[in-house]
Design a protein. Structure first.
Length: 103
């Protein structure tokens, strides 16, 4: 893959990630507080919101590792969808950190 092909694919991926983030936000949190579900889960599990982000990222990493190890096609969410979810959780964490001036 040359740079131009990569750049095109990367831009398409970013659009897909944002669309997925927008759709999931509507289901989980809503427009008033995009982090509401992470705060709620953090409170329910006696964790910080940051730990909650890491928990979801760890779940996706373990899922991906299991799928790669088994070599079998997943029954539900595709491998690419899991990778996109993992990236979106990392992006959400980065925005959360920035918004809350965490160091």
């Amino acid at each position: 893959m040359n740079w131009e092909e990569f750049e095109t694919a990367f831009k398409e991926l970013q659009e897909r990630k944002l669309a997925l983030m927008r759709d999931k936000n509507a289901d989980y949190a809503g427009r008033a507080d995009v982090f509401a579900n992470f705060r709620g889960i953090a409170a329910a599990t006696l964790q910080t919101p940051e730990q909650t982000f890491l928990h979801f990222m760890a779940c996706k990493i373990v899922r991906l590792a299991n799928l790669f190890k088994s070599g079998e096609a997943p029954a539900n969410e595709s491998i690419q969808d899991s990778a996109i979810d993992l990236a979106n959780y990392a992006d959400l964490l980065a925005v959360f950190i920035s918004a809350h001036k965490c160091k």
